[in-house]
Design a protein around this ligand. Structure first.
Ligand SMILES: [Zn+2]
Length: 302
């Protein structure tokens, strides 16, 4: 989705690899973010084998089993060093082979650059429409998925189950929700931003069906959500999903009304505010863009 330095302000994750130390400078007059390591690898609390690899403003989950590793999004868009680091970090945890790479959705910023995983023999999996898009687009630095999921598939490896579910169109038309039933963990990317306004004008999105997909996620059995972008060093909860759903429903209703008054798009983009959410990340930056997306929907039908 995007890289936001502000996301790191409260990040509490320890660096696995960086010897970086805080500079012994006097306290600045204005608040500023602490130095941020380029990447971190952490084991998720309360699990035996689930890890989050963060590279700058992106993160992916990987699951280690005695029979091999299930990795997710390579995150190597215009930065091959992210993929090399990701593989190195996995190798620090296990010598087991990387058996799978699962794409969260087809957007390059999360899934480009997977060739080094392919060279190690990994099987690539994505939702069916992700493969269709990637085959049509033929972006040179994207590995085309070997296998696809239509509605649901459970990967079983070395005693761990990872359930892959398609919950409908949302931020894209091919997002997969990855659920670890035993650990009650989800990995979902870009369509459940935590306490954050959606990216720009929600390009590629299905704004109303998106609400249904959030309801489907709420109906699943899980407790913690690993997002595709780090959020203040914490994982997401069902409360976060409910809050996002509330935000989207309220914004949609506001814009629908404005569309009926002929205010779409420019006037609505200037006038509509949802003060309740003004502390959310990107509120000032992207709220008008989100309004624009709903304006197209409610005033033009697309
Ligand atoms: Zn995306």
């Amino acid at each position: 989705m995007r890289f936001l330095p502000s996301l790191f302000a409260g990040l509490l994750l320890a660096s696995a690899a960086s010897p970086q130390t805080q500079p012994a400078a006097p306290a600045p007059a204005a608040p500023s973010a602490p130095p941020q390591a380029a990447f971190t690898t952490i084991k998720v609390d309360g699990t035996e084998n689930v890890y989050i690899f963060r590279y700058q403003g992106y993160q992916a989950m990987f699951v280690v089993t005695p029979e091999g590793v299930i990795a997710t999004d390579p995150m190597g868009y215009v930065r091959p060093q992210a993929v090399a680091t990701y593989i190195d970090e996995i190798k620090k945890v296990t010598s087991a082979p990387i058996k799978y790479v699962v794409y969260s959705h087809h957007h390059y910023d999360h899934i480009a650059g997977g060739k080094p995983f392919k060279d190690l023999g990994a099987t690539f999996i994505a939702q069916k429409r992700a493969k269709e898009h990637l085959e049509a687009l033929r972006y040179p630095d994207v590995v085309i998925p070997d296998e696809v999921v239509d509605e649901k598939r459970t990967l079983t490896l070395g005693g761990t189950e990872l359930e892959l579910s398609y919950v409908g169109r949302n931020h894209s038309d091919n997002s997969l929700v990855m659920r670890l039933p035993k650990e009650k963990l989800l990995f979902a990317v870009d369509f459940i931003p935590i306490e954050s306004v959606n990216f720009r004008n929600m390009p590629d999105s299905w704004p109303i069906e998106w609400e249904d997909s959030l309801k489907k996620v709420l109906a699943m059995d899980w407790e913690r959500l690993i997002p595709g972008h780090p959020y203040k060093g914490r994982l997401g909860t069902k409360e976060d999903v409910k809050n996002l759903l509330g935000f989207m429903q309220e914004l949609s209703a506001e814009v629908k009304q404005a569309a009926g008054q002929g205010k779409c798009a420019d006037t609505a983009m200037k006038e509509i505010k949802l003060d309740k959410y003004q502390t959310w990340l990107s509120y000032g930056q992207y709220l008008a863009g989100n309004v624009e997306r709903y304006c197209y929907w409610w005033s033009r039908g697309y």
